[in-house]
Design a binder for this molecule. Sequence first.
Ligand code: SF4
Ligand code: SF4
Length: 313
Amino acid sequence: MTTTENARKPSLPIVENFTRRAAVKGGFATLGAAAFVAAVSPLRQAAEDKSAAEFMQQHYTELSPQQKADVIARLEAEAKENYGADVTIADDRPIPGTKFVYAINLSVCNGNGKCVEACHKENNHDRDTNQSYIRVLEMPKGTMDMEKGNTTYTGAVPQDDKFYLPVQCQQCDEPPCVDVCPVKATWKEEDGIVVVDYNWCIGCRYCEAACPYHARRFNWKKPEVPADEVNPDQSYLSNRIRPVGVVEKCTYCLHRTRRGKLPACLEACPTGARVFGNILDKDSNIRWILENKRVYILKEELGTKPAFFYYFD
Ligand code: SF4
Ligand code: SF4
């Protein structure tokens, strides 16, 4: 692309004079040779797996409707080839006048973990590593400090001296994960959802380190999902099966919520602890909760401004 062509383009999310290759080169200087080789080995595998078309693909926000259609057709064909599944990948865009917000009633959550399981299946996570975007923390009563929680609890729930704190991406209004991305592969959309272009991410993991809520996941290996377990109802920025060597995260199930459905974790919750909706809708339950309950946010002192709230009855 020439400089003249660049000058004609609308403002783009790409850092000027900065290529993804330059970012990798910069990483070499920062980490040192051995650490850098270890850190990028999934990237090397990913690069080897890349088709020419994928390698040449532009950032999602730069693609024309026709280019998007071509990319999506390619990804659907790859899903068939790699996973034996017939999938449909949509390009779900934000609904104007919508700002999505989530809240959890911690008096009701009993730590059963059905939300974790539902996220795993809905979002086509790797079966071997049992990934999910949600962690449920077993917490000592009397604190909201999530660093005091235990994510590996086993046995009967709920325990009398504990409460349960589900944590996933807080869709921060001031997201540090977005600020640190050297190639602008992650950004916040108009409805508040923070997304990743999985075909643009270089897997440097800066965002994972910057997230104070441990909400991002890195694909160390090619995700394995049996054909009959693949959720075929997918979206480009959401639950399509992500490539090895990239970072991924909760998108409030945008492939559902931007179509008027509820997030999978909410539908799976047997206790009714979860409330989700459009805060701009004055008649919504979520609006009522924020106006009438004493709500908490995690790590308020960091100024990340989560769009995710907690409350007690
Ligand atoms: S919770 Fe973490 S991943 Fe999600 S928007 Fe905030 S900083 Fe980013
Ligand atoms: S790993 Fe995170 S910071 Fe690095 S390119 Fe991907 S989205 Fe951006």
